[in-house]
Design a protein around this ligand. Structure first.
Ligand SMILES: [Fe+2]
Length: 265
């Protein structure tokens, strides 16, 4: 079984490069399942229902998010509408599972591929240098007790490399893949851990690299030079498609390979 995970899709440059590359990447690697982090897909900040639909129409099966999930308020009703509608598009958009109880949406989705292979996707947020969230380590233990699928992917949306690497080792042999998002810079530590968990600290941004993690570089430099507030707008140049393809055994959930992808225009 092959799974494509696409790193943080940033703004319209990110959506355009997904549109340009997704079909041929999926066909070349014969992927059975496509997951994308879409928390920055709407202008760099948040996700709207219309953009979620656009990404589903392009072939994504599950969308994950992170700390920017509430930036576009309309996503709250959309996520709530997924409750009680298993398999619906809103049920296939995740927010971090370790958010406060009672907020819209869910951080776990279990489904089946077109070929009938069961899989689970979990979205979790880190706690180091980030806003408050519940303990992701204990929360994942609780969630894994509920999951029935053998193939399990975790999008660990976190800032600190140490927290992400620790999560990879913590889950080695218990999930198919631990994939980091949020920092938008792809790391060169792609590997399968000894017990069969595919791992990469950050999958990298699918968006404009002629900027500072997606934002226009002049605005970020101005902020560093002055400390003054100002608008942040999505950069435009040098869009790249960043992702990983994971190969795993659907019977055991163990990963056998993980390959990093970066494609330009
Ligand atoms: Fe983020």
């Amino acid at each position: 079984m092959k799974i494509l995970f696409i790193g943080d899709i940033f703004g319209s440059p990110g959506r355009k490069i997904v549109n340009d590359h997704l079909r041929h990447v999926a066909a070349t690697h014969q992927v059975d399942l496509i997951i994308a982090n879409a928390e920055n897909a709407a202008g760099g900040f948040g996700l709207t229902p219309a953009i979620a639909d656009e990404l589903f129409d392009l072939g994504c099966d599950v969308l994950t998010t992170g700390n920017h999930v509430w930036d576009k308020r309309e996503i709250m009703d959309y996520l709530s509408s997924g409750n009680g509608n298993p398999g619906s598009r809103p049920a296939r958009v995740l927010r971090p599972a370790n958010y406060s109880a009672g907020v819209p949406g869910t951080g776990l989705y279990e489904g089946r591929t077109k070929a009938g292979q069961a899989y689970a996707v979990i979205n979790m947020q880190g706690r180091v240098f980030m806003h408050n969230a519940d303990d992701p380590f204990r929360m994942i233990d609780e969630l894994l007790q509920k999951v029935t699928s053998k193939v399990i992917l975790l999008d660990f949306h976190a800032e600190a490399t140490s927290e992400k690497i620790a999560m990879g080792w913590y889950l080695d042999g218990r999930v198919t893949a631990v994939l980091g998002t949020h920092t938008h810079v792809p790391t060169a530590d792609t590997r399968v851990l000894p017990q069969g968990t595919a791992y990469q600290t950050d999958v990298g941004m699918t968006g404009p690299y002629d900027g500072v993690i997606g934002v226009q570089k002049e605005q970020i430099i101005h902020r560093f030079l002055t400390g003054l507030p100002g608008r942040f707008e999505a950069a435009k140049g040098d869009p790249r498609f960043c992702g990983v393809v994971i190969e795993c055994n659907p019977e055991t959930g163990k990963a056998s390979a993980i390959q990093r992808i970066m494609l330009g225009e």
